[in-house]
Design a protein around this ligand. Structure first.
Ligand SMILES: Nc1ncnc2c1ncn2[C@@H]1O[C@H](COP(=O)(O)OP(=O)(O)OP(=O)(O)O)[C@@H](O)[C@H]1O
Ligand SMILES: [Mg+2]
Length: 130
């Protein structure tokens, strides 16, 4: 991911994390982060920051992956996590990354949401704490 980001001169900012404990399959959760970061890098403008932010919200953690760049018109937002859906089918990628991420997060008892406005797209994962 770091190499992909550097090709676009993007910097990935990861917060200094407190210990976060969730129940789950670390490889599948890693896959979710790879899918979200891959999108953030792909749709970010050159030379921008990609920010990962973590919040504690009661019994849940919220993890946000935020990029500055291409945004999604709100009329397309409901379809982003459908399998094979791409706003601009380009022959690159298959439109499966978010569908897989959503399924994996839901299997961990969590939720994945996307907002996109004012040049920023934010993918938010909500996962239950142990
Ligand atoms: N961070 C983002 N900024 C702008 N658009 C996004 C972002 N993430 C996803 N999208 C839109 O949602 C679509 C679906 O994303 P998804 O990750 O499922 O597929 P993909 O990235 O096109 O292909 P794949 O993940 O299979 O390589 C993308 O094609 C793009 O149109
Ligand atoms: Mg993707």
């Amino acid at each position: 991911m770091q190499v992909k980001a550097e090709r676009k001169m993007c910097k990935i900012n990861v917060p200094r994390l407190k210990r976060m404990m969730v129940v789950g399959d670390c490889h599948r959760l890693q896959q979710v982060f790879v899918n979200l970061l891959d999108n953030a890098i792909k749709f970010a403008d050159l030379d921008t920051a990609i920010n990962i932010r973590v919040e504690e919200a009661g019994s849940h953690f919220k993890i946000h992956v935020e990029d500055t760049g291409e945004v999604v018109d709100k009329k397309y937002l409901p379809y982003l996590m459908d399998s094979f859906y791409q706003v601009h089918p380009s022959g690159k990628g298959s439109g499966l990354g978010l569908a897989i991420a959503k399924k994996l997060i839901e299997l961990h008892g969590g939720r994945l949401t996307i907002t996109s406005q004012d040049h920023k797209t934010v993918a938010t994962i909500v996962l239950p704490k142990i």
